[in-house]
Ligand binder design. Structure first.
Ligand code: ASP
Length: 295
């Protein structure tokens, strides 16, 4: 599905860019970019996500505004096509930062977002993937503690004309995860972070090690200390591997427009758009696994 991933991140970057071009905020841009990828069944976000142990889709998302440090997150939601929209409502309209499960769905519905059935988020492709995975559970035993095949989280970072940065991350989490398991993606500072004084970051990959290192904040702090995002992104991947034997990817952007993209996985699809140029890419070395982010 390499082409599908590339198309998806290109579409997301183009949509985010249109928001910025009209003078929209980085917060709006990352929300809209992530919605495109949640709506795209290619990715592990929104409809088409990996299924949990109970055969359900359970979604997590976070969005954060680097100008104000306001953030909104949802965890373990089962009835939202676009969890990032609920996260944005929390950021904009709630004194709280984080809602989970039914409380998050109730908050979303009360703020005008439609609820769907969990079945509406499930693709036959994913039912088959779960069935196949579970029929080879013995072979996958090692994978339970270091999943390598189930990463396809989406994320976006953006800088707007007012000099503000923002980040958003959305995921269906890992294949066959236990119901109620929350990954890194929607945890502030782990799968997503934004502060104008340091950087905006979104991560993907095996969530438990990323959480232990609070990796998005770790990377942002290094940018604040003066390191280049390009270098820090690579350092974050080295740290993830060396410290906790983790794997994943990161997109990182500072308020000067300097950015870094790195992963220690076989592939990660990415797209960039700046006033100077646009680019997209994916790396592959033939191994399993896809990781996805747009920048
Ligand atoms: N980081 C996500 C999680 O652990 C999975 C992914 O990136 O695909 O929930």
């Amino acid at each position: 599905m390499v082409e599908a991933h590339l198309n998806g991140v290109r579409n997301a970057a183009a949509t985010g860019w249109r928001v910025l071009e009209r003078g929209g905020s980085s917060l709006d841009a990352v929300e809209e970019a992530v919605v495109v990828m949640e709506d795209d069944e290619t990715f592990d976000a929104g409809r088409g996500s990996f299924l949990n142990h109970d055969g359900k889709v359970q979604l997590d998302a976070l969005i954060m505004d680097g100008a104000t440090l306001r953030a909104g997150g949802v965890g373990c939601v089962e009835r939202l096509r676009n969890p990032v929209r609920a996260a944005r409502k929390i950021l904009s309209e709630s004194p709280h930062v984080y809602f989970v499960a039914q409380g998050a769905e109730q908050f979303a519905a009360a703020h005008g977002l439609p609820l769907c059935k969990n079945e509406d988020l499930i693709l036959p492709r994913e039912v088959e993937r779960l069935r196949e995975y579970r029929s080879h559970l013995e072979e996958h035993r090692a994978d339970l503690f270091a999943p390598t095949i189930s990463h396809d989280t989406v994320g976006a970072v953006a800088l707007d004309r007012d000099g503000n940065i923002a980040a958003a991350t959305s995921t269906g989490g890992t294949l066959n995860k236990a119901p109620g398991r929350l990954g890194d993606s929607s945890l502030i500072g782990c799968g997503c972070y934004a502060d104008n004084l340091s950087a905006a970051a979104s991560t993907t990959g095996w969530g438990e090690p990323i959480m232990k290192l609070v990796l998005a904040k770790w990377a942002a702090d290094r940018v604040e200390s003066g390191s280049m995002p390009e270098w820090v992104a690579q350092e974050a991947m080295n740290y993830l591997k060396q410290r906790v034997n983790g794997h994943g990817g990161i997109i990182l952007l500072d308020a000067r427009g300097r950015f870094g993209i790195a992963h220690n996985t076989p592939r990660m699809a990415w797209a960039t758009r700046t006033t100077q140029n646009q680019e997209a890419g994916i790396q592959r070395n033939g191994a399993n696994g896809g990781f996805t982010s747009a920048i």
